[in-house]
Structure formats: structure tokens, C-alpha cells
Design a protein around this ligand. Structure first.
Ligand SMILES: Cc1ncc(COP(=O)(O)O)c(C=O)c1O
Length: 469
């Protein structure tokens, strides 16, 4: 141990967060309709599995793209030898066009500003290496994607300071919350280098309003700091209000080529919109040529393989395909989100109204035994171990109010989602029954004045769960 680096032993990776612990529990006992029908259903993974049929049908119709051929001639050697960190020009062009298409072509992107990375994970960390270092802070609105503790802090030494958002206004960013975070960083002797937002938000599943975006642009202009917009979910916006990219705001406010323009950076990836997290395709789009040059050199540590670039350049250049994909993806996500919302409603659970993403931000405050994060953990454990659903507690997303959970809906079949909702409904009514039993026993105690110990029992829930199958 003594010979290892401090990085190895420090715990800023965030791996011990309940977000990742839930995944580990799922791995030990994964639900399978046939092989393990009593296993844990994974609802803590923001994967988009709703459009694989479209991707596979495209692959079947385009064998050249998969078998390293161009006009039926093998280009295997060309791809095997390609290792330029600037990326394949054809892929970069196809990617920027896809990004513009997702934004309704209200903005366009230039390949000279684009740096390819191995997913948004690498893009976010690379940006941190370019913009900040130990002793610096990045402000992030809460709740935020738990992976940011790893991606932004772990290897870079940069600190995250929370912009505390609350349920009172649907977790929107306010001027006073921004200012308070800035002051907090200064109190900690940290130099604020920028604000990072996820738009659409993970875990909220909402798009940022123009008002919030304007507020952010004003704030970073005033403080002379960077603004990073992680737009990895931009293609998942399935209902109004429409998605507004930070680039659109800059354009509308005629801020192109001003000082603030160079301090705005967008992160993107095909992990969510195209459902390809395994392909590791991400990008940084920056208006600052120095950042682009440095990030390009750094991208050597996490390049996108040339066969992946080749395959996806063919796929994304097929405009008929991208148009159909984008539209069908929206429709399917909307339908699936409706199913989750109505399933939750039947269990007496509501969630934040959402219009994007692969998850809902679910309000279970009424199921807590007290308004504390201990009670949130207690409830989470029961949901994982007794109900056998892995969802992510709000505390793992640094939410400041106990009782919120992120629940994913696009990484499973409709039948699995239905079963998950049945389990949850059963559980909620078991709690209601238990509470009733608790009340009855309390009344009895008052009556009989005898000493007794009340132990919360979940037997009724388990009995019902047995009957469910
Ligand atoms: C907001 C956000 N940024 C970045 C990532 C990382 O994505 P990738 O798979 O492209 O590395 C995720 C993944 O869940 C995410 O939700």
C-alpha cells in the first residue's frame, strides 16, 4: 500500500455511493423473467434500450458499414492503421450534423470546434483538466448525476460546490442559489472556475427553461467564469417545452465571438440518444480554440476506435434514418414515461413533471419514517432487498431533501416495468397496512396500559409478494 499513489487510496471516486452499491446488489441477483423471476429489477441504470430494432434493421441493410468495406472494397487495413487524434473527418461531420438535427437545426456546429472522446465521462474529465485544477471549484446544481464526483473530481483534484435547488420551484436554478454557491466556494478558499449543468437534467428528466439559461449566461458573464453544458440527453426530449441548447441562447442573444462565447463548452455523447454506451462515443464542443487544441491532445488517452467511427459515420450520414430514429425514439420514450408515471400513480406515488430523459424523479417523501436521510436509506434498502427494485436514492445525487428517488424506465421491457410497478404497489399498501397495525397496537396499548415492544413487520408484504407470482 505504501508504494501506491494517494489516488489509489483516496475515496473521492464515489464508488461507495448507494448509486453504485445498488448496481452491485443487482449484479448479485439480477431479475430474469425465466431464470430468476424473483430477482432485483434494475431501475437504476439510465440506458435507452427502446430503439434497438431500428439500429439493427439499419445494420442489416448496410452490411458494408459493419464489415469494414467502402463500395464493396475492404478498408480493413486503412481502419486498423488509423490513429489520428483529430478523428475521422466524415464521422465528425456526421456527428455535428446529428447534434444540429436534434436541436431542430436552430444552431449549427463546426467540426473544427469538436473533440472526440471515449464517452461523455472522458469529455467531462478532459474539460476539467483544461479548465481547472486542485484548489479550483466547479458549481453544480443539485440533484446531479452521481458519476460527476468521479468524472470531475477524482483524478483532477477539482472540487464540486453545490448550487442548492429545492422542490419548492421544481428544482430550478435561482440567482440566489448561484450566488450562495459562489460565496460558499470562496468561504472554502476555492477559486470558482465555472458552472456545470446537465440539460436536460439527470436525474430530474426536465429541460432547463430559457429563464434559467439566461440567468446562467448572465452569471458566468458577470463572474468571468466558464459554463459547461452537458447535453448528453438532448435527443431524449419527448414533449414540450422544447429543448433549448446553451448554444441557441448565445446565438439569440448575439453573444457569438464575445468573451463569454469562448467560455461556453458543450459535452455530448451517443450513450443516451442512440443508446450506445458500450461504443464509448463522446465529444467536447468548445468555442475556445486553445481548449479545443489542448483537449484534442488529451483525447489520446481516450480515443474512439476507428471502426466505431466508420460505422457511425455511415449511420449518422443516413438522413432518412436519423430523422426516423429521432422521431420514433421520442414517441417510445414518451409512451414509456407515461407507463411509469401511471404505474406510480396507482401506487399513490407522484413524480416531478418531466419531458425528457430515461428516468423520472420520484417523490416518496410520504413513505419515509422521518424527514431524514437515514430514513431515506432505510426506505431504499427495503426497496432494494424486499421489493427487489434497484432505484437511486436522491442522496446519491446530492439532493438536499430526503425522500426523492431516480427511477429509470427505458432499460427494460414493458412487462418488466409492469411487474416492477406491481411490486411497488404491493409494498406501498403493505406499509399502509403496517402503519394501520401500528396505530391499532398503539390504541390497544393505551387501552390495556401493558408494556410491549412493537416490531415493524413486513410479513404481510412478503406474503402478498408470494401470491403475486
Ligand atoms: C449527465 C451525464 N453525463 C455523462 C454521463 C456519462 O456518459 P457516457 O456513457 O457517454 O460516458 C452520463 C451517464 O449516465 C450522464 O448521465
Amino acid at each position: 500500500m505504501g508504494l501506491l499513489s494517494r489516488k489509489v487510496t483516496c475515496n473521492s471516486h464515489g464508488q461507495d455511493s448507494s448509486y453504485f452499491l445498488g448496481w452491485q446488489e443487482y449484479e448479485k441477483n439480477p431479475y430474469d423473467e425465466v431464470k430468476n423471476p424473483k430477482g432485483i429489477i434494475q431501475m437504476g441504470l439510465a440506458e435507452n434500450q427502446l430503439c434497438f430494432d431500428l439500429l439493427e434493421s439499419w445494420l442489416a441493410k448496410n452490411p458494408d458499414a459493419v464489415s469494414f468495406k467502402r463500395e464493396e472494397q475492404s478498408i480493413f487495413k486503412e481502419l486498423a492503421l488509423f490513429q489520428d487524434y483529430h478523428g475521422l473527418p466524415a464521422f465528425k461531420k456526421a456527428l455535428v450534423d446529428f447534434m444540429a438535427e436534434i436541436r431542430g437545426n436552430k444552431v449549427s456546429f463546426d467540426t473544427d470546434h469538436l473533440v472526440l472522446t471515449a464517452g461523455a465521462t472522458s469529455a467531462n474529465e478532459t474539460l476539467m483538466f483544461c479548465l481547472a485544477e486542485k484548489g479550483d471549484a466547479i458549481l453544480l446544481p443539485t440533484p446531479y448525476y452521481p458519476g460527476f464526483d468521479r468524472d470531475l473530481k477524482w483524478r483532477t483534484g477539482v472540487e464540486i460546490v453545490s448550487i442548492q435547488c429545492s422542490s419548492s420551484n421544481g428544482f430550478q436554478i435561482t440567482e440566489s442559489a448561484l450566488e450562495a454557491a459562489y460565496q460558499e466556494a470562496q468561504r472554502k478558499n476555492l477559486r470558482v472556475k465555472g458552472v456545470l449543468v446537465t440539460n436536460p437534467s439527470n436525474p430530474l428528466g426536465t429541460t432547463m427553461s430559457r429563464n434559467e439559461l439566461d440567468l446562467l449566461v448572465n452569471f458566468v458573464t458577470d463572474k468571468e467564469i466558464h459554463l459547461i453544458s452537458d447535453e448528453i440527453y438532448s435527443g431524449t426530449v419527448f414533449s414540450s417545452p422544447a429543448f433549448v441548447s446553451i448554444m441557441e441562447v448565445l446565438k439569440d442573444r448575439k453573444l457569438e465571438n464575445t468573451q463569454v462565447w469562448e467560455r461556453v463548452h458543450v459535452v455530448y455523447s451517443l450513450s443516451k440518444d442512440l443508446g450506445l454506451p458500450g461504443f464509448r462515443v463522446g465529444a467536447i464542443y468548445s468555442n475556445d480554440p486553445i481548449v479545443v487544441a489542448a483537449a484534442t491532445k488529451m483525447s489520446s488517452f481516450g480515443l474512439v476506435s476507428s471502426q466505431t467511427q466508420y460505422l457511425l459515420s455511415a449511420m449518422l450520414s443516413d438522413k432518412k434514418f436519423t430523422k426516423e430514429y429521432i422521431s420514433k425514439n421520442h414517441k417510445r420514450l414518451q409512451k414509456r414515461q407515461n407507463k411509469l408515471v401511471s404505474g406510480l400513480e396507482k401506487a399513490g406515488i407522484s413524480c416531478l413533471e418531466s419531458n425528457a430523459g430515461l428516468f423520472c424523479w420520484v417523490d416518496m417523501r410520504h413513505l419515509l419514517s422521518s424527514n431524514t436521510f437515514e430514513a431515506e436509506m432505510e426506505l431504499w434498502k427495503r426497496i432494494v432487498y424486499d421489493v427487489k427494485l434497484n432505484i437511486s436514492p436522491g442522496s446519491s445525487c446530492h439532493c438536499t431533501e430526503p425522500g426523492w428517488f431516480r427511477v429509470c424506465f427505458a432499460n427494460m421491457s414493458e412487462d418488466t416495468l409492469k411487474l416492477a410497478m406491481q411490486r411497488l404497489k404491493s409494498f406501498v399498501s403493505s406499509i399502509t397496512i403496517d402503519n394501520q397495525t401500528h396505530q391499532d397496537l398503539k390504541n390497544m396499548r393505551k387501552k390495556n396500559r401493558t408494556k410491549w415492544v412493537f416490531r415493524l413487520s413486513f410479513q404481510s408484504f412478503h406474503d402478498r409478494e408470494q401470491g403475486e407470482r
